[in-house]
Write a protein that binds this ligand. Structure first.
Ligand code: ATP
Length: 486
């Protein structure tokens, strides 16, 4: 054998080992047999599904190891006959060990010189899919308290904001709501995309029917298909009728949140569903018509993703006849006071407090911050401050913010100062002065609360004692002033 031949043989062996390792890491059962039924590949996941060991399967004929009905024999004959893949099939069968198995499988012919020489299949265990499916559906129901019968909490009237951009978005939402158009909502995380989706649903002719929301980023890929399609009773042991999300949203709205996180294979499946406008539950023979409005949301530009090949262009165009853009909070600071007051009034009721307003310093701090988590972050900031504010307080102040939030906000300013232009630098100097004042007020407030005790105050501020001493010197604050007089 020549050196070159030896080298390529070694490369082939390496590639073979690598492929076997990959096949073993896949969570679906992978199985392959030659055209006469001798088992060639049998991965770890399939060992788990069939409760057997691959050593007892490899090299044996499918007719020996599968009994009722001879599973691979059936698959094999069907694929050999049709010479085409068999996709999304459900089957119950029994092994020679007596184990009963319910799977959903895709079987493919392996062609060499136009002849089928092997058949391989990718198999998923239906009972475990179903269990997960039920727990996911249940967790949806518990995750959000809905106060309307159709599964929503908000209308377009609940969208708060005085900025021109948010008023414009609400106006556009009102205009598109009565039409059946598919809508894509684009905005950063926490800008209120789901709020808009619910608002559009409630202002539409679909409002009497359900609003069904699914967060595509939160569902494991293997579950997403069953969740969208549903399953049928009797398809496998213990299976119950579970309508898919398309069915649940019949004559209503299906909201596909964070659609940008759908994998390419799932994008292809979703595209097919939207094109065919029909669904078939897993294990079902019957097809059902899809009749719901689709609203999707993304926090990433799908056009950019499409240009990089991570989002299908054909799906993109199907989902975006109407695009609603929600501006990030940092670009509409005039909305901060109204939103903050709304959240204060909400938490006053929940926590039995009587806050009436925010101090000018706190408002200023809020308007300078860049709010990467947008309105959700503002809501949490107010909630955190209100859970530590004194019961009798009537104004929310900078020192009511927990130290982790202050740190985040201060860090944000520091990086802004470093990247600024001349004009911005002048503003930043004023801001630095302002922050010095905030820091002074905060430290004084905490020292007062701790009767001048530096260790306790440092702990509460989330900094070391040495750091606090350094700041006291820098700001000219004397801790002794706050010790109670004897
Ligand atoms: N204009 C608004 N008026 C009142 N509350 C708002 C507004 N926008 C957002 N909120 C509140 O902010 C929080 C986040 O909103 P929502 O979940 O709709 O954001 P999202 O953009 O869908 O977030 P994500 O991308 O993370 O899913 C919710 O509690 C919502 O009630």
């Amino acid at each position: 054998m020549t050196d070159n031949a030896k080298k390529s043989l070694e490369e082939l062996r390496r590639e073979n080992r690598l492929l076997h390792e990959i096949i073993d890491a896949i969570s679906e059962g992978v199985y392959a047999a030659d055209k006469d039924g001798t088992i060639l590949i049998y991965n770890r996941a399939f060992e788990r599904i069939e409760a057997t060991e691959r050593q007892s399967m490899l090299g044996r004929k499918d007719t020996e190891v599968y009994s009722l009905p001879p599973m691979s024999n059936l698959q094999r004959r069907a694929v050999l006959q049709s010479k085409a893949p068999l996709l999304g099939q459900c089957m119950t069968y029994q092994l020679y060990t007596g184990k009963k198995v319910d799977i959903v499988y895709n079987s493919y012919p392996f062609l060499e010189n136009g002849e089928i020489t092997a058949i391989y299949s990718i198999n998923r265990d239906l009972p475990s899919i179903n269990e997960l499916l039920i727990s996911v559906v249940n967790s949806f129901d518990r995750s959000k308290s809905k106060n309307r019968l159709n599964g929503t909490s908000f209308t377009l009237d609940d969208i708060i904001g005085v900025s021109q951009s948010i008023r414009q978005s609400v106006k556009q939402a009102r205009k598109i709501a009565p039409t059946p158009s598919t809508v894509m909502i684009y905005g950063e995380t926490g800008t209120g995309k789901e709020l808009f989706a619910q608002g559009i649903h409630n202002a539409s002719s679909y409002s009497a029917r359900p609003f069904v929301a699914v967060n595509c980023a939160a569902i494991p890929e293997t579950l997403m298909e069953s969740l969208l399609l549903g399953t049928v009773k009797g398809a496998f042991t213990g299976a119950i009728d579970t309508p898919g999300l398309f069915e649940q949203a019949e004559n209503g709205t299906l909201f596909l949140d964070e659609i940008n996180s759908l994998s390419l294979p799932l994008q292809a499946k979703l595209l097919r569903l939207l094109q065919d406008k029909r669904v078939r539950r897993l294990g079902d023979k019957k097809e059902r018509k899809i009749n719901c409005r689709i609203i999707s949301a993304t926090n990433q530009s799908l056009y950019e993703m499409a240009s990089k090949g991570s989002f299908r262009e054909d799906l993109l165009y199907r989902l975006t006849p109407v695009i609603l853009h929600i501006t990030p909070l940092r670009e509409r600071p005039e909305d901060i006071p109204v939103l903050a007051l709304e959240f204060i009034s909400r938490f006053n009721k929940q926590l039995n407090l009587h806050i009436k307003t925010l101090s000018p310093e706190l408002l200023e701090l809020f308007s300078q911050y860049n709010w990467p988590g947008n309105i959700r972050e503002l809501e949490h900031a107010i909630e955190s401050a209100m859970s530590i504010v004194e019961n009798a307080a009537s104004e929310l102040m900078v020192e009511d913010l927990p130290s982790f939030l202050l740190k985040r906000m201060f860090g944000n300013f520091a990086s802004n100062v470093n990247n600024s232009t001349e004009v911005e630098r002048t503003a930043a100097i004023q801001l630095t002065e302002y922050l010095r004042q905030c820091e002074t007020d905060l430290i004084k407030g905490i020292l007062k609360f701790n009767n001048g005790n530096v260790s306790d105050s440092a702990k509460q501020l989330g900094i070391s004692r040495q750091d606090l001493h350094y700041r006291l010197r820098k700001l000219g604050i004397k801790s002794a002033t706050y010790k109670p007089s004897l």
